[in-house]
Design a protein around this ligand. Structure first.
Ligand code: SAM
Length: 290
């Protein structure tokens, strides 16, 4: 992404501890154009960056050590201690701080009522080959997940259930798309995401010695009867339209089904993953765990 660090409209954040802040009101500003283009996957891929909205998310991401490229905030939150802290951290890590009008924030986020703070971060994937699953760890593997809302929900739910990572298998929707990031409600910064081809996933699964529990509408095993204690578990979930392909289903140690009543053919992918996660980790979750 183009990052012009010259200050053609100098201003100070709050007490003035942050000196180099660019004041931007024009939608024609090239930095703003670049940020707006992050709504396109092509531009996210080219720059290796993505956008996250909201002060809390930005603060959490900074605390978790994510690399921030640009912090954007609305003039009306200037001087708020938390915003100033975020701005200081951004500058001290070599990032750019932009103070903008609400009109610019609306354009960047494509929302009428935008969040007052936005961060542009480096994308981060965990290499699958670096994962050596340990006892009682749970991973979720998603086959060709298509819907950004589903992916965001799975990342958020995996975080809430104490899972160790989400593995994207095959051609999937982008975990760093704006809609996905919104649906994660910040968990995109807490939950490591890996990606793999089906062949890479199968090879990894063999050497990882994890128990793969695949979910399938034709599964013969009631998901509540499976032993999830001890060995690391990988919950393998199928594509929204076509379910799990045979090449992945036959790699499973168990083919699990969630019993259903009523007329619905299947459960939504995010819901099915949530049910599986909380069952697989039931023995590890207590009300006073956090
Ligand atoms: N038409 C698809 C099929 O034939 O599998 C429906 C896919 S469903 C919307 C998406 C995924 O959620 C499935 O591949 C499976 O992993 C999981 N799923 C949904 N309902 C399930 C159930 N009752 N039992 C087990 N897995 C289920």
């Amino acid at each position: 992404m183009t990052q012009d660090r010259r200050n053609d409209g100098p201003s100070k954040v709050g007490t003035g501890k942050v000196g180099q802040v660019k004041d931007v009101t024009s939608l024609a500003n090239p930095i703003i154009k670049d940020i707006k283009a992050l709504s396109l996957k092509k531009h996210r891929d080219e720059t290796g960056t993505f956008m996250a909205e909201g002060l809390k998310l930005v603060i959490d991401a900074l605390d978790l050590g994510w690399t921030i490229r640009t912090l954007v905030y609305a003039k009306n939150v200037k001087g708020k201690p938390a915003v100033e802290q975020a701005a200081l951290k951004t500058v001290s890590r070599g990032g750019l701080v932009l103070e903008v009008s609400e009109k610019v924030l609306s354009a960047i986020t494509r929302r009428d009522n935008p969040q007052m703070v936005v961060g542009i971060f480096d994308q981060q994937y965990r290499r699958l080959s670096d994962i050596r699953p340990a006892r009682d760890e749970t991973y979720v593997a998603l086959d060709r997940v298509r819907d950004p809302g589903n992916l965001g929900t799975v990342i958020r739910t995996s975080d809430a259930a104490g899972a160790s990572g989400v593995i994207l298998v095959g051609d999937t929707t982008d975990p760093f798309a704006m809609e996905t990031v919104r649906a994660t409600m910040g968990s995109v910064f807490a939950m490591p995401v890996s990606r793999a081809t089906p062949e890479e996933f199968i090879a990894w699964k063999k050497q990882a010695k994890a128990k793969v529990v695949a979910t399938h509408l034709a599964g013969a095993v009631d998901y509540r009867t499976i032993e999830y204690k001890g060995a690391p578990v990988v919950l393998l979930m199928g594509n929204e339209q076509s379910g799990l392909p045979d090449e992945l289903a036959r790699e499973a140690d168990a083919l699990a089904r969630i019993p259903q009543a009523g007329r619905a053919d299947s459960l939504n992918l995010g819901i099915a993953t949530g049910i599986m996660l909380f069952e697989a980790r039931r023995h590890l979750l207590t009300l006073d765990a956090r």
